[in-house]
Ligand binder design. Structure first.
Ligand code: ATP
Ligand code: MG
Length: 393
């Protein structure tokens, strides 16, 4: 197989790091040998290689622009011609073109000369040449170690290899938005730690399972994934008892960032990722985001800002998180949310409520109670204890 990555926008100095990270990420998903050959990667298939599994793995590896199952022949025009004829004879009748690409400039023929020579040989079989929209395109890629021939170029997910941008803490609620936000951060090279605040609700165990199932899908793109689960009941109780309903959401979301910051520091991550968007409801007005993000001393990345809801849904379906996200368990208890929440929160007011409920020691306690679960692309790395019984609010 030949694997191409997008090189545009890649600074020369960054390229070796990018290539190494991509090769390592592919190796984590497949058993076949991955090699770097001048500006592309190759994957050596065995007779018993599982092509479907490999294809899926590559479609889930950010940094890959496109890839192809190819035939590998020696760097020799006669060998290339022989293979091209074989491919043409095996294909359904119709027009064709040769599309040569010469990465190895020491090869004696230019791409144009290869197109002409191989094209003439294939045309002699009686196939008409058609340069625009042919039925069959035979790609000939002259690399440094060999020439690669293939007909179908498959699309990769694009982006940068996970890890090259550093580690981030992604806040995952169990809704549709936050898993997509984490995936888009991965697409820009972020290795995501997933952080979930576990609310008390009637469906507690089901919500927990939902988060771990989402993490399993995300791990296909992110690699081995650390999931941090914070038991939020004590804080929910404190807020419900002392803070008026309209202000609860803001106190609550600031508490999330205060805890997230402690965990970020512990884990050596550089930023936060949320599924926030702009809407004239609940927590997502610019006034409220100002109050919430003021509790976050590192950048908060909100990749969904530029998308409409239907676009986010489309992404969720494509990445495979949608069906899990729509399971009917709310992650927030109804006693908690105000019918008419504050949309123009003021920082000083919210900070006063934080004093009132003695937030700082609460935050420290919850950080200590945080549970860690490791999730692999294939599922849980170690079994987790059944969710403990939680008393009602
Ligand atoms: P989502 O679909 O991700 O739940 P949303 O549009 O419902 O997003 P909110 O519920 O206001 O929006 O949450 C905004 C963001 O805050 C979420 O995208 C997520 O990043 C974070 N968040 C909310 N609740 C939790 C939670 N229980 N645990 C972790 N993060 C959360
Ligand atoms: Mg939500």
């Amino acid at each position: 197989m030949v694997i191409h990555y997008g090189e545009t926008g890649l600074k020369a100095g960054n390229r070796p790091r990018f290539e190494t990270a991509l090769a390592v990420n592919i190796r984590r998903r497949v058993r076949e040998l991955v090699r770097r050959v001048g500006g592309r990667l190759t994957l050596a298939l065995w007779a018993d290689s599982d092509r479907e599994q490999i294809r899926t793995a590559l479609e889930e590896t950010f940094g890959i622009a496109n890839f192809a199952f190819a035939a590998r022949v020696p760097l020799d025009l006669a060998a290339i011609e022989k293979k091209a004829l074989e491919i043409a004879q095996g294909a359904p009748p119709g027009s064709f073109k040769i599309s040569a690409r010469r990465a190895n400039k020491r090869f004696p023929l230019t791409s144009e000369q290869i197109n002409r020579q191989i094209g003439a040989a294939v045309a002699a079989l009686g196939r008409p040449v058609r340069l625009v929209d042919p039925d069959l395109t035979i790609h000939v890629e002259v690399a440094f170690d060999a020439a690669y021939l293939y007909t179908d170029l498959l699309a990769g997910p694009g982006g940068l290899p996970v890890g090259v941008s550093g580690r981030v803490v992604a806040l995952i609620s169990g809704g549709i938005d936050s898993p997509v936000a984490a995936l888009l951060a991965m697409k820009r090279g972020c290795k995501c730690l997933l952080l979930h605040f576990h609310n008390y609700s009637f469906y507690e165990a089901a919500v927990r399972q939902k988060i771990l199932d989402l993490a399993t899908v995300l791990a296909r793109f992110n690699g081995r994934t650390k999931v941090l689960i914070v038991p939020f009941l004590e804080l929910q109780k404190a807020i419900v008892h002392k803070v008026p309903a309209e202000a609860r959401m803001l106190v609550y979301r600031r508490a999330m960032f205060q805890i997230a910051e402690k965990l970020r520091e512990r884990e050596g991550a550089k930023a936060f990722v949320t599924g926030d968007n702009l809407a004239q409801v609940a927590s997502q007005t610019l006034d409220n985001l100002r109050v919430i993000y003021a509790a976050a001393p590192r950048p908060v990345i909100a990749p969904l800002m530029g998308y409409d809801k239907n676009e986010v849904v489309r992404l969720a379906r494509r990445f495979g998180t949608y069906d899990i996200s729509i399971r009917p368990y709310e992650d927030c208890c109804s006693a908690f949310v105000a019918r008419h929440p504050e949309t123009r929160g003021r920082l000083e007011e919210i900070e006063a409520w934080e004093q009132e409920i003695e937030m700082a020691p609460l935050v420290a306690r919850l950080v200590e109670q945080t549970e860690t679960v490791m999730v692999r692309p294939s599922g849980l790395e170690r079994p987790i204890a059944a969710a403990e019984q939680t008393p009602s609010l």
